[in-house]
Design a protein around this ligand. Structure first.
Ligand code: HEM
Length: 400
């Protein structure tokens, strides 16, 4: 039951999935040590992942942030007082205050703006790729779309968006960045959000940040640290993952020509295609690790209280006990839902937004560029090591 492989540091998608499959073949639960040196229980079985993520005795740790031992207390509070790192009743309260902005109706209302932004970015991509030039799909399309959408929703002005992108890239992958770099990014982001909070307090606008500031003045008050760290969460979780969904989505489609052909001939399958991309090679390697508050039994093993649980989402989504031919990418697949958005009370709040962006963006991209293909079809794109994110930082494509 012990395992030495570290799928989180494998540097290509195929090696990462192969390492996970090798582990999963040994059983659904593994005692192992993460590349960070932390001993954990790594869970690869789909049913076991769902059970543990829904178990109220498996809780988010109070201070799990990377480098939290070096983070000044004041900065730690401004970064980590958000729903993702909290348990009920705090979690319930924080999530409720933000949920109003993420109802299906509110998200569906964003569709025209997402279409407009997508069309503008496709023009940029067309210009960059004109004359057979390779164009980077990530920096020209995958990145700017979710970043602009989440910044507009939250209310981050244009001139501060570039800096947010740099900081969040460090914060979301904190375990692999040196402490100094992490702390510098955290300080800069927190300071910038505090300034924005003051600006919205003085002149509220029709955006989520103003809504949170106003909610602070109602019956249910949010502290300044809660507002700041909720915004940190939305800006990081709200775009890095969606960038990855778009980028990995395009890579997966372009490397599976029969499925791509099917989607091109039947564009109404786009919603199913997005779900299959999420299952086959989702943006999350693992959620934020949780701790057993009491002993818990999993797959015949009793895990004692106080142990760290790491659900391996990529493995759970390819569990052969749950999916027929799990390593096949098949957009006609039906049945078992995936756990790419997590499970239980922390199930992704932004899932409807991520799905909407991916459906609009991928459909429009394929329609605009019928000859879209990889510029380096023989190279598997590199993936950065890290515990949380599964992503491709650059993807050169040819469009004509
Ligand atoms: C494809 C894109 C996305 C994926 C794969 C994804 C994945 C996840 C996962 C796995 C969790 C659970 C984490 C845990 O239990 O530790 C989560 C939570 C969360 N996500 Fe997403 N996410 C995506 C997009 C978004 C977007 C666009 C937003 C916001 C605009 C967002 C906001 C959140 C928030 C606020 C939580 C915390 C919910 C809670 O603790 O109650 N996510 N996400």
């Amino acid at each position: 039951m012990s395992a030495d492989a570290s799928p989180f540091t494998e540097l290509t998608g195929s090696a990462r999935h192969a390492a996970l499959a090798e582990l999963a073949a040994r059983g659904p639960l593994h005692r192992t040590t993460l590349f960070t040196g932390v001993p954990v229980w790594l869970v690869t079985g789909h049913d076991e992942v769902r059970a543990l993520m829904a178990d109220p005795t498996v809780v988010k740790p109070p201070a799990p942030a990377p480098h939290s031992d070096r983070l000044p207390a004041e900065l730690d509070a401004a970064m980590n007082h958000n729903m993702l790192l909290r348990n009920p009743p705090d979690h319930t309260r924080l999530r409720k205050l933000v949920s109003a902005a993420f109802t299906r109706r509110r998200i569906d209302e964003l569709a025209p703006r997402i279409r407009e932004l997508t069309a503008e970015l496709l023009d940029d991509l067309a210009r960059a790729g004109a004359g057979g030039q390779p164009a980077d799909l990530v920096s020209l399309f995958g990145y700017p779309l979710p970043m602009t959408v989440i910044c507009e929703l939250v209310g981050v002005p244009d001139d501060r968006r570039h800096a947010f992108r740099q900081w969040s890239g460090v914060l979301i992958n904190g375990t692999v960045h040196p402490a100094e770099e992490y702390i510098a990014a955290a300080s800069a982001m927190v300071q910038c959000i505090r300034e924005l909070v003051e600006e919205k307090r003085a002149a509220p606008a029709d955006d989520l940040l103003s809504g949170l500031v106003l909610a602070q003045d109602g019956d249910d008050r949010l502290t300044d640290d809660e507002i700041t760290s909720t915004i940190v969460l939305l800006l990081t979780a709200g775009h890095e993952t969606t960038v990855s969904l778009l980028t990995i989505g395009v890579h997966t489609l372009l490397t599976h020509p029969r499925q791509l052909g099917l989607l091109r001939s039947q564009p109404e399958r786009i919603a199913d295609a997005v779900e299959e991309i999420l299952r086959f090679d989702g943006p999350g390697q693992a959620p934020v690790p949780a701790i057993t508050a009491e002993p818990v039994e999993v797959a015949g093993v009793t895990i004692p209280a106080g142990e760290v649980i790491v659900p391996a989402l990529l493995a759970a989504n390819r569990d052969p006990r749950r999916y027929a031919e799990p390593d096949e990418f098949d957009i006609t697949r039906s049945g078992s839902p995936h756990v790419a958005f997590g499970h239980g009370i922390h199930h992704c709040l932004g899932a409807p937004l991520a799905r909407l962006e991916a459906r609009i963006a991928l459909e429009a991209l394929l329609a605009r560029f019928p000859r879209l293909r990889l510029a380096r079809p023989d190279e598997e794109p590199a993936r950065p090591p890290g515990l949380l994110l599964n992503t491709i930082p650059a993807l050169p494509v040819l469009i004509d």
